[in-house]
Design a protein around this ligand. Structure first.
Ligand SMILES: Cc1ncc(COP(=O)(O)O)c(C=O)c1O
Length: 488
């Protein structure tokens, strides 16, 4: 089979592969080559070795793992025959995700509206923060002045832009209102940036897993996605990040360095430094999406990525929708005025401006961000601790991380049954997005994103339903336990 992957293969070094494969022999009574093939297959399915990566040469991997070259050759041969590896002339063995694991259609996403008494957790979002009704009342004072204008506003209300700039400045990133435009939520900001910065065929670096509507927007703009693994416990694979940047020189790197969605991970200072210096040297525009970034529960928040050394050119995306309320539909972009001009020129073909009355409300709210976050923190901590605690107690075989913030926990199920689990839970009225939705190249069938944003009275229902669904899925797939090869 000829490789038709989207970007030049990124080399996985023997050392990096050996680090990912630390436990490959654990508990395996199968021959060594089969255990190695299984371990590599899991890394691919979980997105920890990205689709399109080139595996080390057999001799190099054999030396790094302390096994014979025949073991590695047989493992690669097995992966090739299972459809997980393809040979590329001149480039060795390139990782490939078999078709049935790519972009697996997710019934929960395609289904759209769900009706009846359901707990819909496909969107991780909170109910409105207290004080929004008062902000609406206060905003009314500014309505007569707003009505004196024509109301088409692609740049943003000056008072709101001043408030957003002041918030960045308070967080350690001095900002002038001329560096800010207001958008219709952060999603609109992502799509607008994708349209302006990505040309058809450009490589675009995204995290893997990532926020799904971002990878969709970059793909729709013609980008060829390059995934960099992020893990709830270990964070970013910094070596893979650097290699991917150098090898593919993407036009854009879209990252969530603070409280990444869905894993809740926060990027280490050393990885930020690598990202910023390598991106600058290869001419990549870094976009840092902080939609979840202010929802910290434990520890101290980091300054925005653009405030880090070498981060001057980072484009920041923010949103009022997770902190205050999703119904506001207000986001923003902080960037150099020259880029903002390009965005404003491109904007009218998609929309003619942000609703003015909603901006007046958010203008009242942004100066109160710190107080609102204080209240949010308390309720998020309670939700996280209860949901994580109950899932750990009832499904001890799951890996249930307790993230330092954000709205979700990225649960490791241990087996590739996320879609089946989601379907079983849906039959009992709890609707979740399966792990694969978050993979830019599919995969993540062994993961489930579980929000802890629901009302306290719904937490018990979520955990009860997941426990029953897990029992059902366990029963159905008992025959394939322990052998991934049989499933994929
Ligand atoms: C990382 C990330 N970016 C952007 C968005 C979209 O945000 P908004 O509701 O402001 O459009 C979300 C929503 O979940 C998100 O998680």
């Amino acid at each position: 089979m000829r490789y038709r992957g989207p970007v030049p293969p990124v080399l996985l070094s023997p050392r990096a592969a050996a680090l990912l494969l630390t436990d490959w022999r654990a508990g395996a009574d199968a021959p060594a080559y089969e255990a190695l093939a299984d371990a590599l297959r899991v890394l691919v399915i979980d997105g920890r070795v990205a689709q399109g990566a080139r595996l080390p040469a057999e001799r190099g991997l054999a030396a790094a793992l302390g096994v014979s070259r025949t073991t590695v050759a047989n493992a690669y041969a097995q992966l090739r025959s299972d459809g997980f590896l393809v040979s590329v002339r001149g480039s060795g063995s390139v990782v490939h995700l078999p078709r049935d694991l790519v972009g697996r259609p997710d019934p929960e996403r395609l289904g759209g509206v769900v009706e009846g008494d359901v707990l819909d957790l496909r969107k991780a979002a909170l109910h409105a923060a207290p004080g929004i009704d008062e902000a609406v009342e206060r905003a009314v004072r500014h309505v007569p002045a707003a009505l004196a204008g024509i109301g088409y506003d692609t740049v943003g209300d000056p008072g709101l832009r001043t408030a957003i700039a002041a918030r960045y400045t308070e967080r350690g990133l001095p900002t002038d209102p001329a560096q800010v435009i207001v958008t219709i939520g952060a999603q609109h900001a992502i799509a607008l940036l994708a349209r302006v910065l990505v040309r058809r065929g450009d490589a675009v670096l995204v995290e893997s897993p990532t926020y799904p509507h971002a990878h969709e927007a970059f793909r729709e703009a013609g980008g060829r996605l390059v995934g960099v693994p992020v893990d709830a416990h270990r964070g970013w694979d910094a070596a893979a990040l650097e290699t991917a940047l150098r090898r593919t020189a993407p036009s854009v790197a879209y990252v969530m360095p603070e409280l990444h969605n869905p894993t809740g991970a926060t990027m280490a200072a050393s990885t930020r430094a690598t990202l910023l210096s390598v991106a600058t040297s290869v001419g990549t525009t870094v976009i840092a999406d902080e939609t979840m970034g202010e929802l910290r529960i434990d520890g101290e928040p980091s300054p925005p990525l653009a405030a880090w050394p070498g981060g001057e050119d980072v484009v920041m995306i923010g949103s009022a929708d997770k902190v205050f309320w999703g119904g506001l539909r207000i986001g923003w972009i902080r960037a150099a005025p020259a880029l903002l001009q390009r965005l404003l020129l491109a904007r009218p073909t998609g929309d003619l401006g942000t609703p003015v009355l909603d901006q007046l409300v958010v203008r009242e709210l942004v100066p109160r961000t710190a107080a609102v976050l204080e209240a949010r923190r308390a309720s998020l901590r309670e939700g996280r601790d209860q949901v994580v605690g109950a899932l750990r107690a009832r499904m001890p075989e799951w890996d249930v991380p307790s993230p330092a913030g954000g709205l979700t926990t990225w649960v490791g199920l241990g087996r590739p049954v996320s879609s089946a689990l989601v379907l079983a839970a849906r039959a009992e009225g709890v609707v979740l997005a399966s792990g694969g939705v978050f993979g830019p190249d599919g995969g993540f069938e062994r993961f489930l994103r579980v929000p802890f944003t629901m009302a306290p009275t719904d937490r018990g229902r979520l955990v009860d339903v997941l426990e029953r669904a897990w029992e059902r899925v366990g029963g159905e797939s008992a025959g394939v336990r322990g052998s991934l090869a049989a499933v994929v």
